[in-house]
Design a protein around this ligand. Structure first.
Ligand code: NHF
Length: 483
């Protein structure tokens, strides 16, 4: 191919327009990183035009108006494109988004309706613009119906037929359960004759997994775990049939935004060569949190969403098992109110060494990365994870469950030459407590600890690395289709 590859990148969220979770980070960074490659593709990002994005007053211009067929009558789509960045970002609006203040809701029917509308409108947009994608790259269940549509209703479409599709799984348990009626109303029938288990035959993510030319997830470890009953969300046996087309590509980290050497929001900048300065961040954090200011007491932290996946209660119970050791703990995040209350209870039990920081606070999270010693990451599953990468970059040593991307990015202390942290196998407070004990003991070895920190700080988690892998994958998929 002499011209650059045309890639349509679909996501329900993308920084800086709208970000709810890790998907927003990826969709904000990866298309940009692909654009920065020497042989950059003509990549275009499409996201829904939520009311919250409209409020941001992004510079845009209208590009298209068309209709999407629906059982109760056609629905009008109105599309704008951003004009202030090199990456074209299509904002797809229409009435399904007009009253959706929240990106994701608990109303699975309504979410199914709006995301199916979005997915189909994104494909239709390419036709209206006369811009033929060489590949469609969808993310998670929200846009998986674009993959299914390409391979079914658009199978004989002159413009879009034979377009290869890549589906990236960022979080397998979210299958799009409840979206079946919406798919049907938009003309996408269930795959009743397929190899999918019967209960998944009308769900967007399984349908995308069934029909995508390639499937990837955000670490090699999670790609393997998805094939097991523990992590497969009921699809493990089906996914085994797709194993030849399933791969893992690790997410990257924005190394400019996350840089302890230049981060303006931390009290004391530091680098690999001036790690000694880091202690100032610790003492100022101890002071801010009302803890005893003592550099010898290890300061543990948890940052993240308080939900079942992230396993915060495992960490709380693990801390209860090690009262005999000296430590302090800062726990920052919001989420499930019952889990938030568990964090508050631990603070009440141990007021002089636990801080329950129940809020979203980006600036404080940076001070914690820069000033705490150990980051606790007890996730039950973690497709990739960002916290561990940021922690390592800031010299904060992770103690994490050996799962998915955590296992792939953290070298365990036992492998002394490559170790950057501590891993434990079972999601149990007992195992985590033993591992915290190991970490706290290692912390007291003032000679060895900095080696551990420095190995983590040296790790290259740049987006460039991931972008090259996606580029090669796109290229091989496009070539296979041209044959
Ligand atoms: O990093 C973005 C993120 C992952 O592990 C994370 C998760 C959701 O659970 O790929 O998606």
């Amino acid at each position: 191919m002499t011209r650059p590859m045309n890639i349509l990148f679909l996501s329900a969220e993308a920084e800086p327009f709208v970000k709810i979770g890790g998907l927003g980070d990826v969709a904000g960074a990866l298309p940009q990183a692909l654009l920065a490659l020497p042989e950059s593709p003509d990549i275009r990002l499409a996201i829904p035009f939520y009311p919250s994005v409209q409020d941001k007053q992004v510079q845009i211009e209208p590009v298209a108006k068309f209709r999407i067929d629906h059982a109760s009558g056609p629905i009008r789509a109105e599309v704008f494109v951003t004009t202030q960045t090199e990456l074209p970002v299509y904002l797809i609006g229409g009435y399904p988004f007009e009253n959706s203040d929240l990106v994701y809701t608990s109303d699975t029917m309504a979410d199914g309706h709006k995301f199916t509308f979005f997915s189909l409108a994104a494909l239709e947009l390419c036709k209206v613009l006369g811009w033929k994608p060489d590949l469609v790259h969808a993310q998670d269940w929200h846009t998986a119906s674009a993959v299914y549509a390409l391979k079914t209703t658009y199978r004989n479409d002159d413009f879009l037929k034979d377009t290869p599709a890549l589906l990236t799984v960022h979080n397998l348990p979210y299958l799009g359960n409840g979206a079946g009626p919406a798919l049907k109303a938009f003309g996408l029938s269930p795959a009743t004759e397929s190899t999918l288990p019967w209960w998944a035959q009308d769900m967007p993510l399984p349908l995308g997994l069934l029909t995508a030319d390639k499937i990837n997830t955000v670490s090699a470890g999670y790609a393997e775990e998805m094939l097991t009953p523990e992590f497969g969300s009921g699809l493990d046996e089906f996914l085994a049939t797709r194993k030849p087309d399933l791969l893992g590509i690790l997410n990257g980290l924005d190394q400019v935004i996350w840089n302890p050497q230049t981060d303006p929001q931390i009290p004391q900048n530091f680098s690999l060569d001036s790690l000694g300065k880091r202690v100032k961040n610790k003492s100022s954090l101890q002071e801010e949190l009302g803890f005893i200011k003592n550099p010898r007491i290890p300061l543990l932290a948890f940052i993240g969403r308080m939900d079942h996946q992230k396993g915060i209660e495992i960490a709380l119970d693990a801390l209860r098992l090690i009262p005999h050791l000296d430590w302090q703990a800062a726990i920052l995040g919001t989420g499930d109110p019952s889990l938030e209350n568990l964090v508050r209870s631990l603070e009440t039990e141990m007021p002089d060494r636990v801080r329950a920081l129940i809020r979203f606070d980006g600036a404080l999270s940076r001070r914690i990365y820069a000033g705490s010693d150990i980051m606790m990451i007890p996730s039950r599953y973690e497709p990739c994870g960002l916290i561990q990468m940021i922690a390592m970059r800031y010299g904060c040593v992770p103690v994490a469950r050996a799962t998915g991307g955590l296992k792939d990015t953290i070298g365990d202390y036992n492998q002394s030459r490559t170790s950057t942290g501590f891993l434990f196998e079972q999601a149990s407070p007992e195992e985590m407590a033993l591992t915290l004990e190991r970490a706290i003991e290692a912390y007291s070895d003032k000679r060895r600890w900095p080696y551990l920190q420095k190995r983590g700080m040296r790790k290259d988690f740049s987006w460039k690395k991931s972008a090259v892998q996606y580029f090669n994958l796109y290229q091989s998929m496009v070539k296979t289709h041209q044959k």
